[in-house]
Design a protein around this ligand. Structure first.
Ligand SMILES: NC(=O)c1ccc[n+]([C@@H]2O[C@H](COP(=O)([O-])OP(=O)(O)OC[C@H]3O[C@@H](n4cnc5c(N)ncnc54)[C@H](O)[C@@H]3O)[C@@H](O)[C@H]2O)c1
Ligand SMILES: CCCCC/C=C\C=C\[C@H](O)C/C=C\C/C=C\CCCC(=O)O
Length: 268
């Protein structure tokens, strides 16, 4: 996707992977709205980006993605402020197995809503120009993971992405939907996850066996791949210290006999 002059909205962008993604999008010439509940970090990030990329290219919007009115209001603010919308990165997420309903709200319900809003504002059938949605899932959404609710939310994001990315609807809305599945990456989410001790110990063991931690720029390379590959729709990209690979190329039962796989018909 050519991003010069385009408009992006990134949730959970005050810090961590969301901030890294937002900066990569700014570097490619787009304007970016940073949404987050962390007002001080969000304002600081926006001020930093304004200095580097220009005050007219970045704005912070205080928004709890789990509050329906706030998320809807934030999408409208972005369109009012920048005059359109071309790219949505549904990134905000938490790991909390104790307040597990909240974990589902932030990581899955809000991503469903973010996708619906992306389709509402970017869908050609609604007067938009088409666009791209990238959902932040996790390797935990692809393989067994010791925190079952977190893993469920991330697997849900994979299913949502694949299904919204079915090409039968692309001719109508011209909005592609893809997902990024990083492994353990150095951010604040690792520092203090609200998980039982046995889950935490098991994660530490998996982290060591998996080859250790990635850094934010490693994951941003995955985002860049999804931004560059305009033929991808419903794609799920795993990013680990071992490299990147797409998941889910197997044919379903409906295509197995013919051995065919639905082609991408992207025209966005
Ligand atoms: N760091 C990892 O190892 C890793 C690996 C795979 C996937 N992820 C996913 O990446 C995403 C970003 O996480 P991170 O690692 O950068 O963690 P992080 O804690 O550094 O960043 C998460 C951001 O989301 C914001 N946020 C949380 N709840 C919110 C809400 N209700 N509304 C708006 N903003 C909210 C936080 O304030 C924070 O700025 C998450 O979806 C996470 O599940 C992280
Ligand atoms: C050691 C501290 C762990 C705290 C974990 C907190 C949040 C992690 C969230 C990530 O989404 C988890 C990402 C990937 C984990 C899934 C599988 C591990 C595979 C290991 C590998 O091959 O890299």
């Amino acid at each position: 996707m050519q991003l010069s002059g385009k408009v992006a909205l990134v949730t959970g962008a005050a810090q961590g992977l969301g901030k890294g993604c937002a900066e990569a999008i700014l570097e490619r010439g787009a304007k970016v709205a940073l949404l987050d509940t962390n007002e001080s970090a969000g304002q600081e990030t926006a001020a930093d980006f304004a200095l580097k990329y220009g005050a007219d290219r970045c704005t912070f919007i205080l928004c709890d993605v789990t509050a329906k009115d706030q998320l809807e209001g934030a999408f409208q603010k972005v369109v009012d402020h920048f005059g359109g919308l071309d790219l949505v990165v549904n990134n905000a997420g938490i790991l909390n197995e104790v307040q597990w309903e909240k974990c589902i709200d932030v990581n899955l319900v809000s991503v469903v809503r973010g996708c619906h809003l992306g389709l509402r504002y970017m869908g050609k059938q609604n007067g938009g120009n088409g666009g791209l949605i990238i959902n932040m899932s996790s390797v935990a959404g692809l393989y067994a993971f010791p925190s079952p609710v977190y893993a469920t939310t991330k697997a849900g994001v994979v299913g949502l992405t694949r299904s919204l990315g079915m090409d039968y609807k692309l001719g109508r809305d011209c909005v592609r939907v893809n997902a990024l599945c990083p492994s353990f990456t150095t951010t604040a989410i690792l520092a203090d996850p609200e998980v039982p001790e046995d889950q935490y110990q098991h994660m530490k063991d998996m982290l060591e066996r998996g080859g250790g931690l990635m850094q934010i720029p490693d994951v941003v390379k995955g985002l860049a791949k999804l931004l560059d590959e305009d033929d991808k729709n419903g794609a799920v990209l795993e990013v680990t210290v071992q490299g990147m690979k797409y998941h889910g190329d197997e044919s379903g039962p409906w295509d197995r006999e013919s051995g065919t796989h639905q082609p991408n018909l992207c025209i966005a």
